[in-house]
Design a protein around this ligand. Structure first.
Ligand code: UD1
Length: 427
């Protein structure tokens, strides 16, 4: 298994292209199931999760072609064509590798009148149930059966009537499934307390480009007027606000200065506010966001929350940055119950972090030291890379496959900024 070696202490400086958003791409790809015409997605990041999703779509009989992938390019263009769907089943071998597979449930049900998806099971950052996905689809008229580790959804009269659902807690994935299922329902659907993450807005915009009629885009009350059919479209995936925030933390911990090209400040206000509270300068600049850190870092207190709150996907990376702040920061994780797996690893690098339940107290230290570390999820792995960039000496971050799931060409991007990083195959 590959690992990344980081020799810390280099000040990051330069311009960095922010890739297309993984979490948006993984909900835009299944929209290809909703039409028999081609769907072309531009600015797709080159990531293991995208390859896995492509594989899943092929399994259904969807053809996929990729263009614009010269060596050295960031991003790709993929055209998906679901002229005929040969199987409505998402099997265990594919779903277990990628939780986002559950996002085929709604669009497959809408297109075929039935869908069968393996239950994704637990995952490293908590239980992550899918009950809300199923309840929302039931509210739209689906009949749900659970058998032998699979969920089977059926539209009794060949199509969904549509309906009303109020989410008891905000769920990004369940909102996405409900939106895709509702787009071609016979009647009107209203979703209340829906997630309003920028990735949901991206999904709504793609569905609208395919002919869907959605009111309330960007709010937590969505009304979807079902249309008989959707058509093909060409669409550009939004920029990755989590990747941008991660590199902002990486630059800041080294006292560096970077331009995050293509990053959209309006989509990451909570992250920008947290960085500013920590003493980092963050300003919009033509074509991106400028980040600079020149003074001491300050402690911050915040809790993760659904958008527009501070994203759970940025918690680990911000924590790494705050390891070097003056004073004690207090972070509370409200979305997932088990998302502090980076804490013992950061402590092995000389950090001083205490956790109690969902709260972590980060006592700033004057220096971090390099170590061999590994993490069990994507964002936790990135937090170790961030710490390694500022640490004295050499760090080795193992299990690089987590980072390959979500950070396009991490080591190349860090090298663009002057970091001393090297990817090596483990012996
Ligand atoms: C979540 C994050 C998203 C992040 C992604 C990957 C939120 C609101 N969502 O999205 O920003 O990009 O992880 O890290 O921050 N839940 C249920 N039943 C369900 C679905 C969810 O109880 O059927 C609960 C979850 O356990 C969690 C909360 O609802 O506590 C939010 O989960 P959800 O938004 O659905 O998770 P993701 O879509 O994976």
């Amino acid at each position: 298994m590959d690992k990344i070696i980081i020799r810390g202490g280099k000040r990051l400086k330069g311009a960095l292209p922010v890739s297309g958003a993984k979490n948006a791409a993984l909900t835009l790809l299944p929209c290809a199931l909703l039409t028999d015409e081609p769907l072309t997605l531009r600015n797709l990041p080159r990531l293991a999760d995208i390859d896995a999703f492509q594989h899943l779509m092929n399994q259904f009989g969807v053809s996929t072609t990729i263009a614009g992938s010269r060596p050295g390019d960031f991003g790709r263009v993929m055209t998906l064509e679901a002229t005929r769907i040969t199987s409505p089943v998402a099997p265990y071998e594919l779903v277990r590798k990628m939780r986002a597979s559950i996002l085929v449930l709604g669009p497959m049900l809408a297109r075929m009148g039935e869908a069968t998806v393996s239950l994704p099971g637990g995952c490293a950052i908590g239980n992550r149930p899918i009950d809300l996905h199923l309840k929302a689809l039931e509210a739209l008229g689906a009949v749900i059966e659970l058998t032998a580790g699979y969920v089977r959804a059926i539209a009794p009269d060949g199509g969904l009537p549509g309906g009303r659902y109020s989410f008891p807690v905000v769920s990004v994935g369940a909102t996405e499934n409900a939106l895709m299922a509702a787009a071609t329902a016979r009647g009107r659907t209203t979703l209340h307390n829906a997630a309003r993450e920028p990735e949901i807005v991206d999904l709504c915009n793609l569905l609208a480009a395919m002919g869907a009629v959605i009111e309330g885009i960007g709010t937590s009350d969505l009304t979807i007027h079902g249309v008989p059919r959707l058509h093909g479209a060409t669409y550009r995936v939004m920029s990755d606000r989590i990747e941008a925030g991660s590199y902002a933390c990486a630059a800041a911990i080294t006292g560096g200065e970077v331009l995050l090209k293509n990053a959209v400040i309006e989509e990451m206000e909570a992250t920008v506010q947290a960085l500013r509270d920590a003493g980092v300068h963050v300003e919009p600049q033509a074509g991106g966001i400028h980040v600079a850190a020149d003074g001491p870092l300050r402690a911050v207190t915040l809790a993760t929350a659904p958008y527009p709150g501070f994203p759970t996907d940025m918690q680990a990376q911000l924590m790494a940055l705050l390891c070097r702040a003056e004073g004690a920061s207090v972070l509370t994780e409200t979305i997932f119950e088990n998302r502090y797996m980076h804490v013992p690893e950061l402590n092995r690098m000389g950090a001083h972090i205490e956790t109690r339940g969902r709260t972590a107290v980060v006592h700033g230290v004057p220096q971090l030291t390099g170590a061999e570390v590994m993490a069990t999820d994507l964002r936790a792995s990135m937090s170790l890379v961030i710490a390694g960039l500022a640490a004295e000496g050499e760090s080795q971050v193992h299990r690089l496959y987590h980072l390959d799931r979500g950070y396009e060409r991490l080591e190349e991007k860090l090298a663009l900024l002057g970091a001393d990083v090297e990817r090596v195959g483990a012996d």
